[in-house]
Write a protein that binds this ligand. Structure first.
Ligand SMILES: [Zn+2]
Length: 211
């Protein structure tokens, strides 16, 4: 949802401010009513009673994360952090399949995407064209898919530990998706996973692991 242009112009006469607020609307979370559902491909900031939240929606995900905590209760409605996958939890069988592929590729790195489609919430595995991969790097083609359909962008660090590197931060700059790194891929039993929510280059590490 975007703030109506005329309403924005009456408060923010500078067109640059209108552009910023048109791109990233800021709304107060209602205490009694409800907001219109966020459109696919949109995001908005919500001022809630305990702080500021960022909400974003794609075909694959509807996420809401708190980006700052208020030092006192604000006169707005409550908001909750949430990660909603439109296809439900990614099936364990698909995750095991990815783990097996990661083990086969180890000690080289491996990468894949788990996608949905706009009309079907069934997940499918997409292995992008790999330009080069080795122990400590993987370079793959991440262009030929609709970012709105990406539920999970996953890559491994071979036998190294799982962490988000500066390269990973650059790779996760665009779009809204979950991002997972697998480490210690010597075997399915040793694999370690970390996951974060990526919203247009802002990262929110999960303190639980969905896989
Ligand atoms: Zn990495």
């Amino acid at each position: 949802m975007h703030n109506p242009a005329s309403a924005l112009a009456s408060v923010y006469p500078d067109p640059r401010d209108q552009a910023i607020l048109g791109q990233s609307p800021l709304l107060a979370q209602p205490r009694f009513g409800t907001l219109p559902e966020l459109e696919v491909g949109a995001h908005r900031y919500l001022a809630a009673e305990d702080g500021l939240y960022l909400q974003a929606r794609t075909h694959a995900l509807n996420v809401c994360v708190r980006v700052s905590i208020s030092t006192y209760p604000l006169p707005f409605g409550p908001c909750e952090e949430a990660i909603h996958l439109s296809g439900g939890l990614i099936p364990d069988s698909l995750i095991r399949d990815v783990f097996n592929r990661a083990v086969i590729a180890s000690p080289k790195e491996y990468a894949c995407l788990i996608m949905t489609t706009p009309v079907s919430s069934v997940y499918r595995l997409l292995e992008p064209t790999v330009f080069s991969h080795g122990v400590g790097h993987i370079d793959y083609d991440n262009r030929h898919h609709d970012p709105l359909n990406v539920a999970l962008d996953l890559h491994t660090h071979g036998e190294g530990h799982a962490f988000f590197s500066a390269t990973d931060d650059r790779d996760d700059l665009s779009g809204v998706h979950l991002s997972t790194v697998l480490g210690y891929c010597q075997s399915a039993d040793t694999i370690q996973a970390i996951t974060r929510v990526c919203i247009y280059g802002k990262f929110f590490l999960l303190n639980w692991n969905p896989w």
